[in-house]
Write a protein that binds this ligand. Structure first.
Ligand code: ZN
Length: 224
């Protein structure tokens, strides 16, 4: 095991960090340091070593930086909630997209998660509204329609004024199943239901595309 001694800038004291088994030797079991390492370790993509590194960084940095992070986390936990209409993340009753009069309110783009919405917004071409499902149908994980916001979507469409629903769930088995389920529910509404195109990513070359991408690209071809 590798041991390292470093000086905490905040307290000026020496601390001993001994890596191994996820326990930071020299700190109290169940104490503040271990608690923070455990919390960081729970974040996706963060292993125990990264969790330790982040904790040590915060211990060594200016106190105000750690408190600013704590305040940002508190604000996220207490103030951010799903938009009442589209379930995008917002600090108000309605999100900034739903309240933007310049957006085309006759279009609804259905996505799985707020991060999918963010990706489409970064692309900058879509000017309609959204509906965030908060997941996708996953029977093996016991995620059914009642765990999603499908009912709210159907109600939005039934209220009128919608011309097209774009199903932008991920092109996976579960994403496709979710899109199919929703398209069946919308079949009688008279609203146009579309699915995002799939196939070759821009900037790629045919030689390196996998066969499913090529099949999708051929099936989704359009007149030049
Ligand atoms: Zn909204």
């Amino acid at each position: 095991m590798a041991a390292s001694v470093y000086v905490c800038r905040r307290t000026g004291t020496d601390r001993l960090s001994l890596r191994g088994g996820g326990l930071i030797v020299g700190t109290e079991a169940g104490g503040a340091i271990e608690r923070l390492v455990n919390e960081f370790g729970r974040l996706p993509g963060r292993g125990p070593k990264t969790a330790e590194r982040l904790t040590h960084y915060l211990l060594a940095t200016d106190k105000s930086e750690a408190l600013a992070l704590a305040e940002a986390l508190r604000a996220i936990a207490e103030q951010v909630r799903p938009c009442r209409q589209c379930f995008n993340l917002t600090e108000g009753a309605l999100c900034s997209i739903c309240t933007d009069a310049r957006r085309d309110a006759s279009l609804i783009c259905v996505v799985e998660q707020p991060r999918d919405l963010a990706a489409l917004e970064r692309a900058g071409t879509y000017k309609g509204l959204y509906h965030v499902l908060q997941g996708r149908l996953a029977p093996l994980e016991n995620v059914g329609p009642e765990q999603l916001t499908v009912d709210s979507l159907i109600r939005r469409v039934q209220q009128g004024g919608i011309q097209e629903v774009i199903l932008a769930t991920n092109p996976t088995l579960e994403g496709d199943g979710t899109a199919l389920y929703i398209s069946n529910l919308l079949a009688d509404t008279g609203v146009r239901v579309t699915r995002l195109a799939r196939g070759l990513p821009s900037g790629s070359v045919l030689e390196f595309a996998n066969s499913q991408m090529l099949v999708d690209a051929l099936e989704g071809r359009r007149t030049f």
